[in-house]
Design a protein around this ligand. Structure first.
Ligand code: AHR
Length: 334
């Protein structure tokens, strides 16, 4: 089984076959089959998770813009957060004989069959943003994306700073809003956070934890239930900004002050998250950079040309405390 911790260098060469039509929203930015210089235009099939968050929208824009800038023929498919749609889209890309397939897997398991089809058709697969668990390391070439376990660790470390800054005394009762069940960022962020908690903060307690599916609506609904079942919660760890923003609405509706009565740490760093942080409603944000498009196009070209690429091309990211929010807000690109 492959894990994100695998840093082996991988040679290119994969493939597959298949003919099912995709159920997801398709978008073909075809610009013809040849570039001005006569070289064949690279055709890239990209299956996106959906449009569940601000992060995802920024990621989609980055991929589309970078493909345009690189002059690729991008076949874009939005899976609307359904694995079956992604599998259909990948089969569709195989049937269209694209040069490279890239996708951001909605969940980690259940990909072996379709990836074997890609391999059989000799179409290399590049993962972006999220990883998969597979029985065969050769089923994808590389992952371009963040270290989610480390993001979870960073969230716990920055929470420690937030508690100190707030002069917090007494029990630390944490509510955790998890991302989509079975998705790499949900599994790994929870794992990294717990790892630091278990090692350094045995007195902290996650008193309630549930998925909000990475959406604002999910965050609001689940937080409002948390506040009823556990009114003494004093910390929220949300796996993304959107769920934190939804949760803020629930906290305010319950007559409490987000960022003061309930300290909030979340992950992503989208503009709306920074706005909420500059208003004092979020205490710290761990950045997860969605602008993966240019790196992805670079990797796709190398893979197409048969060059060797690193097994995991990691994204560089920062952490932000509330007192940095106002100054940083104008610099946010997404
Ligand atoms: O996979 C990245 C995660 O997916 C982002 O943190 C979240 O906002 C998105 O939906």
């Amino acid at each position: 089984m492959l894990s994100r911790r695998n840093f082996l260098t991988a040679a290119v060469g994969v493939a597959a076959a298949g003919t099912l039509a995709a159920c997801a929203k398709e978008d073909d930015s075809s610009t013809g089959s040849s570039s001005a210089g006569g070289a064949k235009t690279i055709s890239l099939g990209f299956s996106q998770v959906g449009s569940e968050s601000g992060w995802r929208s920024a990621n989609t824009t980055s991929v589309k813009d970078a493909a345009k800038d690189a002059g690729y023929n991008l076949k874009f498919s939005d899976a609307q957060q359904k694995q079956e749609n992604q599998i259909s889209a990948i089969r569709n890309f195989i049937a269209q004989k694209v040069d490279v397939i890239a996708f951001s897997p909605v969940v980690v398991t259940g990909w072996d069959a379709v990836l074997k089809e890609a391999k059989a058709a000799k179409i290399p697969v590049v993962l972006t943003d999220r990883s998969v668990e597979t029985s065969d390391d050769s089923l994808f070439v590389t992952l371009v994306g963040s270290d989610f376990t480390d993001e979870g660790r960073r969230a716990a470390k920055i929470l420690d700073k937030v508690l100190t800054k707030a002069g917090h005394k007494g029990a630390v009762k944490i509510a955790q809003l998890e991302g989509t069940t079975g998705a790499a960022p949900a599994i790994e962020r929870a794992k990294g956070f717990k790892e630091v908690m278990d090692a350094e903060h045995k007195d902290w307690k996650i008193v309630v934890s549930q998925t909000g599916d990475f959406t604002r609506a999910g965050g609001k609904q689940v937080m409002s239930a948390f506040l009823q079942s556990n009114p003494d919660v004093n910390v929220l760890f949300a796996h993304n900004d959107d769920m934190a923003i939804g949760a803020i609405q629930a906290i305010e509706a319950a007559g409490k002050k987000p960022g003061t009565d309930i300290l909030i740490v979340c992950i992503d760093g989208v503009k709306d998250g920074f706005v909420a942080m500059s208003e004092g409603k979020i205490n710290a944000i761990v950045e997860c950079n969605p602008l993966l498009g240019p790196q992805l196009m670079d990797v796709v070209k190398k893979v197409k040309d048969g060059e060797t690429v690193e097994r995991w091309i990691k994204t560089k990211e920062s952490d932000f405390m509330q007192d940095q929010a106002k100054a940083e807000l104008p610099n946010r690109k997404y």
